[in-house]
Design a protein. Sequence first.
Length: 235
Amino acid sequence: MKKNLMLLLLLLTVSAKSQIVEVLAKGDTLQKPSYQQFIYLSDSTAVSDAVFVSRIKATGSLRNVTHLYYFIKNKAQEKGANGFKFESFEKINDTTSELTLSVYFCNDTLFEANFAHIPKNKIYIFGKENLLEQETQSYKIQSKKYDIGNGRFRVFDIKEGEEYKINKGGFTGMTYWIKRKPEGYSSFLSFSGLGLNGANYMVGGGVGVSFNTGKIDHVDPNLALVLLRIYNEQK
């Protein structure tokens, strides 16, 4: 186990050193949030009352697209940002991609208004982040079998009065139940530890890892909403 952990940390360190993070534009005003967060801002959310901090681009391998998000998040929080808007994701060549986010300092009132534009009462299933390979993972919802491919997501509506049973791995695997919530929160799930359950990446090679040993993993909602702009929907 210790050997596997050291190998994973080494691979992440090598990956971190291969990334390029650029600040494309800077704002004139900078404030520091009282606590760290990094909230996805919908395209429909007005940011006229927010403070523009910077526009940041990360370039790296299509094998680990979530790393781009975490590198930008780390740089943005260093500068005092606590919210962001998706700008673009582009494939530069067969192996490399670029992710660009505009990052802001926002007050709680803006975040409350933003919540109205976030998808409600959905279950999102995400495939693996490696866009250089094609593979599928099987799972069941309500005892019906589905597959999810790399770089794909599938969405299910959470209907009123129903409880949804998600299973990965059959009888000896893991089962998770989801009900509709009054607040309308959606669930973002993967079967591959997508995003390493909120690992903190540091430009230059450092990494802090939080492991989830279950077969059904919760994806951080803010990362998940970015992946909805990067991945393709699987019908």
